[in-house]
Design a protein around this ligand. Structure first.
Ligand code: HGY
Ligand code: MN
Ligand code: MN
Length: 408
C-alpha cells in the first residue's frame, strides 16, 4: 500500500471490537466489566495478547494502567506519543465506550509498524484503569494517578461499592504492576461522542476542544423510621421524601441553567427499604456537570444551601470526584481538523459532555480528542452504536494525526 493512502486494517479493528464486546457478559447477557473485576481481567488479558501479537512491549504500572509500546533504538530517548482510552465498562454497557479508542490506538500502531515506518518517537497505546468510576471513585482514576492528580497509594486504597480495595483487587487479577512509563510528548484519544451532536448535524468527525467540569457527591439523609399508616404527614421526618425534593430541586435548576448544566441521580437506596416503613435513611449520588466552572460552583453551593435547609433531616455529604473543565491543546485540535478534512470528512469543534482520560493527561501533556457519532446520542446503554464506516473514518483520522506528529 502506497504510504500516501495508508489505512488501518478495518476488518481487524471491527472484529476485535466485537470480540472484546463479548468478554464480560453476565448471566443476563449484559456487558459488565467493572474495574479490577474478573471480567475486567479477561478483557485486559485479551488486549495484552493482541498487543503482543503486534510485537509491542507491554508494561503495567502500580495502578494497573496497561501500556503497549513500540520503541526503536533510534527513538528510544524521545518522549512517546500516547494514544489510548479505557476498557472497563459501566453496568449493561455498549461495546464502543473506551474500547474503541484503545483498539483503534493499537490498530494505528500496528499499521505503522507493518508499513515499516520508523516514528521519530516511541508510540504507546494505554488502557487506563477504572475510567468509569462505577465500582471505585473517582472516575478516570488510573489516568488521574498517572498524571499525578492523586497518589498511587490513594488510588490503591480506594474502597469499591462492594467494600473491596482497588489495590487488593488489582493484585488478585494479576495487574498490580510496577513499571514506569515516560510522560508523553502528547496524548490523542479517539472516542465515540456518546451524545447527539454529530449525528444531528450530519458531521463525521468531532475535534474536541474542551471538556466540562464534573462534580460527584454521595448524599446521606437521616430521618426517622415510623409507621406508614399511623404517622400523620405533619409528624414525619421522611428521608425518602427529602431525597425526592432534593432531586426535583436539582433537576429543575439544571434545566433552567443557561450554561448547559446537567444533573443526574444514578443511584439511590432507602433504609430499611420496607413498603410500610417511612424511610429512616436515603443514600443517593449526584453527578453534576457544567462546561463553566463558575456556574458549576454556583450549583454546588445552591445544592448545599438546599440540603442545609431540610427540616428534621440530618445531612451528610461525601465528595466522590471533582474535576474542573479542561481546555485541550489547540494545536492538536487543528491537526485533527486538518486530518479529517484531508480525508474528505466533515468536522466540527465541540465540547465533551463525558469525562475522559484525556482530561487527566491534559495535566501533563498537550492532549486532544477525536469523536465519531453515536447513533441517537445513546451511550452507557447496550443500544450504544456507531456505524462501521464512522469507526473506520475515526481510526484513519487518528492514523493520519499520529503520522503527522511522529512520522514526517
Ligand atoms: O462519567 C463519565 O463521563 C465517564 O464515562 N467516566
Ligand atoms: Mn469512555
Ligand atoms: Mn463511559
Amino acid at each position: 500500500m502506497a504510504l500516501s493512502n495508508l489505512a488501518i486494517d478495518s476488518d481487524r479493528l471491527l472484529s476485535r471490537l466485537k470480540q472484546l464486546g463479548e468478554i464480560g457478559r453476565d448471566g443476563d447477557g449484559r456487558l459488565v466489566r467493572l474495574a479490577a473485576s474478573d471480567a475486567d481481567k479477561a478483557g485486559r488479558d485479551r488486549f495484552v495478547a493482541w498487543a503482543r501479537e503486534a510485537g509491542l512491549a507491554v508494561k503495567v504500572d502500580r495502578v494497573g494502567n496497561i501500556f503497549a509500546l513500540w520503541t526503536e533504538s533510534e527513538n528510544a530517548h524521545e518522549a512517546p506519543l500516547m494514544l489510548g482510552s479505557h476498557i472497563d465498562t459501566v453496568i449493561d454497557a455498549g461495546i464502543y465506550d473506551g474500547c474503541y479508542g484503545v483498539l483503534a490506538g493499537l490498530e494505528v500502531i500496528a499499521t505503522l509498524k507493518e508499513a515499516r515506518l520508523t516514528p521519530k518517537r516511541p508510540l504507546v497505546v494505554a488502557a487506563f484503569t477504572n475510567e468509569e468510576g462505577v465500582r471505585f471513585s473517582p472516575d478516570m482514576m488510573g489516568s488521574l494517578a498517572f498524571a499525578g492528580g492523586i497518589t498511587v497509594d490513594e488510588a490503591l486504597a480506594a474502597r469499591g461499592t462492594d467494600g473491596k480495595l482497588l489495590g487488593e483487587e488489582l493484585a488478585r487479577i494479576g495487574y498490580a504492576g510496577s513499571d514506569d512509563v515516560a510522560r508523553p510528548a502528547a496524548y490523542i484519544e479517539l472516542h465515540i461522542e456518546q451524545g447527539p451532536v454529530l449525528e444531528r448535524e450530519g458531521i463525521a468527525i468531532g475535534a474536541v476542544e474542551n471538556l466540562q467540569g464534573i462534580s460527584w457527591q454521595r448524599i446521606t439523609l437521616e430521618g426517622v423510621a415510623n409507621h406508614a399508616g399511623t404517622t400523620p404527614m405533619a409528624m414525619r421526618h421522611d428521608a425518602g421524601f427529602a431525597a425526592a425534593s432534593v432531586i426535583t430541586f436539582l433537576y429543575e435548576r439544571a434545566k433552567a441553567s443557561a450554561s448547559g448544566t446537567v444533573a443526574t441521580v444514578g443511584t439511590i437506596a432507602f433504609e430499611p427499604n420496607a413498603i410500610n416503613v417511612i424511610p429512616a435513611r436515603s443514600i443517593f449520588t449526584i453527578d453534576l456537570r457544567d462546561p463553566d466552572e463558575t456556574s458549576l460552583k454556583s450549583h454546588e453551593q445552591a445544592l448545599a444551601d438546599y440540603l442545609n435547609a431540610l427540616e428534621g433531616i440530618t445531612v451528610s455529604v461525601e465528595r466522590l470526584a471533582r474535576f474542573e473543565p479542561v481546555i485541550f491543546d489547540q494545536g492538536l485540535v487543528r491537526e485533527i481538523g486538518a486530518a479529517a478534512k484531508a480525508r474528505g470528512h466533515t468536522v466540527r469543534r465541540m465540547t465533551s459532555g463525558a469525562g475522559h482520560d484525556a482530561q487527566m493527561l491534559a495535566r501533563i501533556a498537550p492532549a486532544a480528542m477525536i469523536f465519531v457519532p453515536s447513533i441517537g446520542g445513546i451511550s452507557h446503554n447496550p443500544k450504544e452504536f456507531t456505524p462501521d464506516a464512522d469507526l473506520i473514518a475515526g481510526a484513519n483520522v487518528l492514523l493520519d494525526v499520529v503520522r503527522t506528529l511522529s512520522i514526517r
